[in-house]
Design a protein around this ligand. Sequence first.
Ligand code: IPM
Ligand code: MG
Length: 369
Amino acid sequence: MEARIAVLGGDGIGPEVTAESIKVIDSIGRRYGHRFDWVPGIVGGRSIDKSGIAIDNNTLNLVLGADAVLFGAVGGPKWDDPVAKVRPEDGILKLRKTLGLFANLRPVKVFPQLIGSSPLREERLKNVDFIIVRELTGGLYFGKPKRRWENSRGRRAVDTLSYTEKEIQRVVRVGFELARMRNKKLHSLDKMNVMETSRLWREVATEVGHEYPDVELIHMLADNAAMQIVTNPSIFDVIVTENTFGDILSDEAAVIGGSMGMLPSASLASVPRMNGRRRRGGKPALYEPIHGSAPDIAGRGVANPLASILSAAMMLRWSFGMHKEAKAMEEAVDGFLAEGYRTADIASPDQIPLQTTKVGDMIAAQVGD
Ligand code: IPM
Ligand code: MG
């Protein structure tokens, strides 16, 4: 098949890791007879420098005309002034909203080869393999009012946490669908002891659960879940939660595997089905590593591209229904680690880490055989 993919590398290490994914996907294309057309666009700090906004209409149009989006990362110290009018992060937030990407899938896997790099003790890491479904277009990120002001009593700011039942239903359904494809266990996280939105969340999750009698639904308070993720991570199969909880808990979950540099993500605008392809005329999904732009190591060629490569594998699976191709990529990453190859973030002190481009070359060669 043929696919048109918008590539938004962004800032810092974003473009470096994304380039390696392109290499690997092109190799997949040659091996399996697909054609991938790459359309580059500007986003984030680079876009602010060029046009004063984090994403302009050129980039948005290019994205809307694509079948999928491969995203790098945005942000950096240059644009970090807390009172700045525009921020690189506005670029990704605008994309999520414009494309209606309400479901963010963040798989958390502990590669057995990397157990030594985890901050957790080995016995806690057995059988850790879960996926966080983070609501991505609602909650505190987008709720209105959102502003700050000043009066005689001083400065004040407000963000708004708001959810409609429809917003909750559709993302919880994603959780149930994924649980059905996996071990049939769904943890829905909230703070129903404190928040009205959480009480609605719990109620709606329970209702949707009636459509999935084969899946075990477990409600858990989000703070308790934060503790379980580091003490008992193997209890989880699928987690579904609102935007801000999902943001925080997915960073926590990411490091138990040893490095932020390993975890991919997919942001979808519809409920994923196992053999589903993108509906004609639908908006494209977006794939990005969960790590940020890492400005401290940008340009040095040492970034770990595996999270981006694994995100590209998710793209093949969820946007194009290319399951065997996605699996080939994931197996190549597994094999690479099993052989003992490491990038700087996961290398032991006595090891010489591989450069970013070398990793891409090796994985591309592996999937191309
Ligand atoms: C993430 C990031 C983003 C978020 C930032 C860059 C806006 O932390 O994707 O988790 O908060 O959603
Ligand atoms: Mg985050």
